[in-house]
Ligand binder design. Sequence first.
Ligand SMILES: [Zn+2]
Length: 245
Amino acid sequence: MQALLTLASAISMTMAAATGHAPHWSYEGAEGPEHWGALAPDFATCATGKTQSPIDHAAFDAKQAVPVRADYHAGALSLLHNGHTVQANFSPGSTLESGGHSYNLVQVHFHTPSEEAFNGKHYPMVAHFVHKDAAGKLAVLGVMFEEGAPNAELANLISHAPKSMTPAHEVAGVALNPAALLPHDLHVYRYAGSLTTPPCSEGVTWHVAVQPAHASKEQIGALHAILGENARPVQPLNGRRLIAD
Ligand SMILES: [Zn+2]
């Protein structure tokens, strides 16, 4: 239950509270992404939703990328493993400014490979920074990682990352600065999407950074060893366009 309460969204928290427990789901086999919508009534949107994530960003014109501002600050490292991903939770104080909205950074988690595609190509890893505004609306910032120099901030996270399901716990004496996980340039593709895990709730404003960040092959490998393949396949655009202010 502890792990459920730390999942990405307020919406899923409401669902879990209503049902007492969330049905099991996974990334392969009979409980894999093609079947999510049928696993539980609460998951129906995974099959019927028209603005689902992730997507292939090929259709978006790179020139239309819009800038956002991430005002992130270091805080105590709080980690969990919810059975699907490794996640770091943040205390209030870090924000994302996008389209005249201010969102508070709640958590960051990882997928290997990236869920997002670019002309059919995936990066080996993505970090999803999940934010919530005062009204409870969710905004996610996706940062692709490509192989390169080691990321010192990621090293801290990886060395303390739980290898199996573990409730949120603070790592004594260790801080995490989420700003150090961002690329230098924060132009993003912005579009209306959804949670990429059940219940696949819509109304999530997606921001996908055009510029990737870097981590070493060993760091990406270390997270992949913990996470396995945890990427939902890309979903139909259904006529969605980039939102530019
Ligand atoms: Zn994610």
